[in-house]
Ligand binder design. Structure first.
Ligand code: NI
Length: 397
């Protein structure tokens, strides 16, 4: 099937057939955001929306994830995975929308409500008999909890969700990218994200008698500055790397020199070898400074999400499908990766596939309390996911 011709009118078909349902589901999920693996109600909403469709449903995957499988009209094609994340963020919503979060301090500020409803829309589209008969393989719709830090993708892979799947795709709504534009690239599209905690140990005392102490605050200040030289002076300047200290804590009163200080932060890299090297250098530098000031430092480093690495053929296919649906000028090949991270990376460590950004234009950024988007994007995203499944299922398994 020629994608550009065979899928003509698909966006319109999705919008007319399921547009209202997709928007209603998105609002329903938005109103009741859930964090991490605790996506029980969101999973229930997904199950209710999928009810009656010719799908084989698996629940309780990675705690509250859902996997729905559709057998296509031809049984000899490969299995294509489509994945959406379901969890929200611990942010207090400030959009003022009529369907704003009803849960204090929780908000769908990363668009996962949209991703989930787009995937439901894709399932509804592909389940229609006249579309299903064009599907030569099987489609696995993967609704994943705990993208925001919990590593739900890893748990899903551990529970076998990637088994038997030939390729997998996922979308993310993307502020700053023109509305209705899909963007992706071969190779790394998102960085590896690791977390660290540095415990600075000194010896405390009276604020007026610093000579009798080893000042953990002064040590911490020097360590924060010196850590910046790891990226600036030890990493090849053409190699992307970020080291951010996002937390700093010490002390109980203005006139007491505290005994300890704590730094927390994140390290982002694209190169695996550099990723492995970072903690060693960070600890040596922090320790060296702390010991030079009569204290000590201890690094606790957690390797978290790996690099999200797209397969070259899958990325090419995604761009071709997007160009067929949205037009050539709305399928953009990205240059540089984002230093953000994404736990879809765990699927892409197991399988070829592609992670695709879907532009929502100039709106408030992801993870901000005012993040909101034009819901017209939902039918387009659902159509893109459905089209990806249709086209990828034509590839030889
Ligand atoms: Ni996200």
């Amino acid at each position: 099937m020629d994608v550009a011709r065979g899928l003509e009118g698909l966006i319109e078909e999705v919008r007319e057939g399921f547009g209202e349902e997709i928007v209603a589901l998105r609002r329903d999920i938005h109103r009741e955001p859930e964090l991490g693996f605790d996506t029980e109600k969101t999973a229930e909403k997904v199950l209710a929306a999928l009810d009656g469709l010719p799908l084989e449903i698996e629940t309780g995957v990675a705690h509250n994830g859902v996997v729905a499988t559709l057998m296509g009209g031809g049984d000899d094609g490969p299995t294509v995975g489509l994945r959406a994340d379901m969890d929200a963020l611990p942010i207090h919503e400030e959009t003022g929308l009529p369907f704003a979060s009803e849960a204090d301090g929780k908000m769908h500020a990363c668009g996962h409500d949209g991703h989930t409803s787009m995937l439901v829309g894709a399932a509804k589209t592909l389940c229609q008999e006249h579309v299903r008969e064009r599907l030569s393989g099987t489609v696995k719709f993967v609704f994943q909890p705990a993208e925001e830090g919990g590593g739900g993708g890893r748990v899903m892979v551990e529970e076998g969700v990637a088994e038997g799947v030939a390729s997998i795709f996922a979308l993310h709504l993307w502020p700053g990218l023109p509305f209705g534009t899909a963007a992706t690239k071969a190779g790394p599209i998102m960085a590896a994200a690791d977390a660290f905690e540095l415990k600075i140990k000194g010896s405390g005392g009276h604020g007026a008698m610093p000579h009798l102490t080893a000042d953990a605050v002064a040590i911490a200040a020097h360590v924060v500055t010196a850590l910046q030289t790891v990226v600036a002076r030890e990493v090849d300047p053409v190699e992307p790397a970020v080291l951010t200290v996002g937390e700093i804590g010490a002390g109980t009163a203005f006139n007491i020199i505290p005994e300890t200080a704590r730094l927390g932060g994140t390290v982002r890299t694209i190169n695996d070898e550099l990723r492995e090297r970072m903690p060693g250098r960070m600890e040596e530098i922090a320790r060296g400074i702390a010991r030079g000031m009569r204290g000590d430092a201890e690094l606790d480093y957690r390797f978290s999400y790996p690099v999200t690495r797209n397969d070259a053929d899958a990325a090419k296919l995604a761009l071709k499908v997007a160009a067929g649906l949205f037009g050539e000028d709305r399928a953009v090949e990205l240059g540089d990766p984002s230093m953000g991270a994404e736990d879809f990376a765990f699927f892409l460590e197991e399988l070829p596939g592609a992670y695709v950004w879907l532009g929502v234009g100039d709106v408030s950024g992801l993870h901000t309390p005012k993040f909101a988007f034009d819901e017209e994007i939902l039918s387009r995203g659902a159509a893109l996911l459905a089209a990806l499944a249709l086209e990828a299922s034509q590839q030889s398994s």
